[in-house]
Design a protein around this ligand. Structure first.
Ligand SMILES: [Zn+2]
Length: 123
């Protein structure tokens, strides 16, 4: 008697069936987007009705770096909006550190000489 009840209670697929039904009621399509920095974003889009074609954007903003990501892994869209600013900043920084380094060196040498002179004069 007890054994019969146990078998009835554990029907295979009772649990998983419910989950499957849920997944099928909202069909989704996962799309991979590739950004110029090599990140892969995989948002999923609800497909909706059969008559309603899913609107999958050609570009997707990479959540990791903010660059636009495209569908083509070989040719990710160029980050036109962000790159000029960043590149310019990096360029200026590089140039400045170079010039400043030279300037600081000159200044230090000049100061050193001036100090030595003043010291020798004072002596
Ligand atoms: Zn990215």
């Amino acid at each position: 008697m007890a054994a019969g009840n146990a078998i009835r209670g554990s029907r295979v697929g009772a649990g998983p069936l419910g989950e499957d039904e849920r997944g099928e009621s909202a069909p989704r399509q996962t799309v991979n987007y590739y950004c110029a920095r090599g990140h892969i974003t995989s948002p999923s889009f609800a497909l909706g009705d059969e008559t309603d074609a899913p609107e999958i954007p050609l570009e997707w903003d990479c959540p990791k770096c903010g660059f636009p990501a495209g569908l083509d892994a070989e040719n990710p869209p160029e980050p036109i909006r962000n790159e000029p600013y960043k590149t310019h900043l990096a360029y200026v920084k590089e140039r400045r550190s170079d010039e400043e380094g030279q300037a600081l060196l000159d200044e230090a040498l000049t100061e050193l000489r001036a100090r030595r002179e003043s010291v020798s004069v004072a002596d």
